[in-house]
Design a protein around this ligand. Structure first.
Ligand SMILES: [Zn+2]
Length: 189
């Protein structure tokens, strides 16, 4: 049975693109809807934000790794259309400066996991990525990457209790340290 990854991302001409992609159409539809709602909510809070990166190819991940922009060689949740980086807009330019706790609040209320706490705010994380949101718990990532699981339209990672629990228990071992770790640091590569 197909899913957004197999049906839409895999055949896309940008599948191997080494360029940064900010096109929302490469976000899985529910993820896209939640991200767009989140951006509107941020604006209503007086915070201007923009999508910085949606889909990311393995080739781009490797290039970022080679540049030292990421510690992860293997692409993560961005590759499946289930993750998005959202940055502030300052004078028309993307900005990573300032507090992104608002993104955590909006992510949680809209059904996304925030990279600032990976859905487990009560524990200390060895890796935080405060501009990143994803519609998948950390604990589900292994199945996602293996092609064994893909969220349906009703899936809410914040209600994925068993997996959140597992993620919390595993932290801060390698599995959580690499969570969503398709990331660059805080600057565009
Ligand atoms: Zn990200």
């Amino acid at each position: 049975m197909g899913n957004f990854y197999t049906d839409m991302i895999f055949p896309d001409a940008r599948f191997d693109s080494v360029s940064r992609i900010a096109d929302p159409s490469l976000l899985e539809p529910m993820t896209r809807q939640l991200v767009e709602g989140l951006i509107v909510s941020a604006q209503q809070m007086g915070i201007e934000v923009m999508i910085y990166e949606t889909y990311r190819s393995q080739e781009r991940q490797q290039a970022l790794f080679n540049n030292g922009a990421t510690r992860l060689r293997t692409v993560g949740v961005h590759h499946y259309g289930l993750a998005c980086d959202i940055v502030r807009v300052v004078s028309g330019e993307p900005s990573w400066k300032g507090d992104f706790a608002f993104l955590g609040q909006l992510a949680h209320s809209s059904g996304l996991i925030w990279g600032g706490d990976w859905g487990a705010p009560n524990i200390k994380h060895t890796f935080v990525d405060s501009v990143h949101v994803q519609r998948c718990t950390v604990a589900r990532q292994g199945d996602l990457f293996a092609g064994a699981w893909f969220p349906d339209q009703t899936y809410n990672p914040n209600e994925d209790v068993q997996h959140l629990f597992n993620a919390t228990k595993k932290q801060p071992t390698k599995s959580t340290a690499t969570a969503g770790r398709s990331e660059t640091n805080s600057k565009p590569a």
